[in-house]
Design a binder for this molecule. Structure first.
Ligand code: ZN
Length: 433
């Protein structure tokens, strides 16, 4: 679902802003006891400004602007509170019907755009026709000391027959321009001039079907797989004009994939039809029978082991991981399976300085064209598969609830204590690959 470069940047930026916000009381949130037993979290305020020279007194402007702000405030509150506000009311009914709980497709590529770690600069609203408006807004780093643009988004707004305004996905306006090609459960979408590889797409669909049988899933519900030339193209189709994770590679075309599990839409850049990592995210969620927003890293391991990661098979990435771990004995997988600090020379270290240990500055372990953190979890999946085939991996998928429980999951199912994990994985890799 999430690929190396963008996510790392987002994680790093969030980490940076979290530490920056650490001193800022307005931006931390605390829980307050009401009537002795009811807990009400105090939700921090989002920071929003307008672009200059706009008629902010116009009634239509006011209606749409306030709707957008109310929606984002409710999203933030839902993230930080156990009380869930109904945020479907802001969206056009047809979008909920089409995409289910994944109806806000902006969240797939612009993650938590409404969070307190970014500031919003509202760019404006334009009338496109009698029933369609579009709003545009920019999001930038919430840390006052630096300016870093995170996202610019364009969101269609529909005026309904009864005069209400409702949000709509840019993807819904754009998808009709794409060519559609169905193979079994998969409907591929791609631009008319995209050289779609039908043969490989069919092969991947067959691979996913075979895997689903092994895991006891009798049939796979439809999944949409949208493939486009570049990450910029993918973003634009979804209404994201600028993204923090784009334009990061001067050497060549960036390759990025995402899965929006509730809407069963996955996307990948050029050549995505030759890979199935994103399909497997949906499959893993289907095995659980419910969508768990919390689950992340173990799923990445499963999808990277049975599928691929950054357009490479596991058999290639695992050799890279072996070399990385042999070159970096100071990385201790018994301290943390997926994250490490950086020392002054930029080397990964599991033991941070005192300052580092007290701040949230851990990063994923990543190399030039491999996310080691993903492959470490793929190795866990590999060991599980060797011990107990599909059934053991399935049990681990079903019992995995949070990234915080990785060690207990490994100890329970693989019989490896946390203190032995580092040695076990290193020995396993050196003996096997
Ligand atoms: Zn993934």
């Amino acid at each position: 679902m999430k690929r190396k470069s963008m996510l790392i940047l987002v994680v790093v930026c969030i980490v940076m802003t979290i530490s920056a916000f650490g001193q800022n009381e307005d931006s931390t949130y605390t829980f307050v006891v009401v009537d002795g037993e009811d807990w009400t979290p105090q939700i921090p305020k989002r920071s929003v400004s307008f672009r200059q020279f706009m008629d902010t007194n116009d009634m239509v402007f006011k209606d749409i602007y306030h709707l957008w702000q109310d929606y984002q405030n409710d999203l933030l509150e839902n993230d930080m509170s156990y009380r869930k506000k109904d945020v479907t009311k802001y969206w056009y009914d047809g979008e909920i019907e089409t995409y289910g709980d994944g109806y806000d497709l902006y969240k797939m590529l612009a993650l938590s755009y409404y969070s307190v770690y970014v500031k919003e600069n509202f760019i404006g609203i334009n009338k496109r026709n009698d029933t369609l408006y579009e709003l545009q807004s920019a999001y930038y780093n919430g840390n006052d000391n630096t300016f870093s643009l995170w996202y610019v988004m364009t969101v269609p707004v529909i005026k309904t027959r009864d005069g209400n305004y409702k949000f709509y996905n840019k993807f819904s306006l754009n998808k009709h321009k794409l060519t559609s090609y169905k193979i079994d459960f998969a409907t591929y979408l791609f631009p008319q001039d995209y050289p779609f590889d039908k043969k490989n797409a069919k092969q991947k669909v067959e691979q996913v079907k075979a895997l689903s049988k092994h895991f006891g899933l009798s049939n796979i519900k439809p999944i949409i797989y949208y493939v486009d030339f570049s990450y910029t193209d993918v973003l634009h189709t979804f209404g994201i004009d600028v993204s923090l994770g784009d334009y990061l590679d001067v050497k060549g075309l960036m390759h990025e994939g995402r899965a929006n599990i509730p809407s069963r839409i996955v996307t990948y850049t050029s050549g995505g039809e030759r890979h199935c990592h994103e399909f497997l995210h949906v499959l893993v969620s289907d095995m659980r029978g419910h969508y768990n927003e919390e689950t992340n890293m173990f799923d990445e391991g499963v999808c990277s082991y049975f599928g691929d990661m950054q357009r490479k098979n596991y058999s290639k990435s695992v050799v890279q991981l072996k070399a990385f771990l042999n070159d970096n004995p100071q990385v201790d997988l018994s301290k943390d399976l997926c994250y490490a600090f950086r020392d002054k020379k930029g080397k990964y270290v599991s033991e941070g300085t005192e300052d580092q240990e007290h701040s949230i500055t851990k990063e994923w372990l990543v190399g030039e064209d491999v996310n080691y953190s993903y492959i470490i979890l793929a190795v866990v999946c590999d060991i599980a598969f060797r011990q107990g085939r599909y059934n053991k991996v399935r049990q681990m998928i079903l019992e995995y609830t949070s990234d915080n429980d990785l060690y207990s999951l490994v100890e329970k199912h693989l019989g490896i204590k946390q203190s032995d994990v580092d040695k076990y994985i290193r020995d396993f890799l050196n003996a096997t690959y």
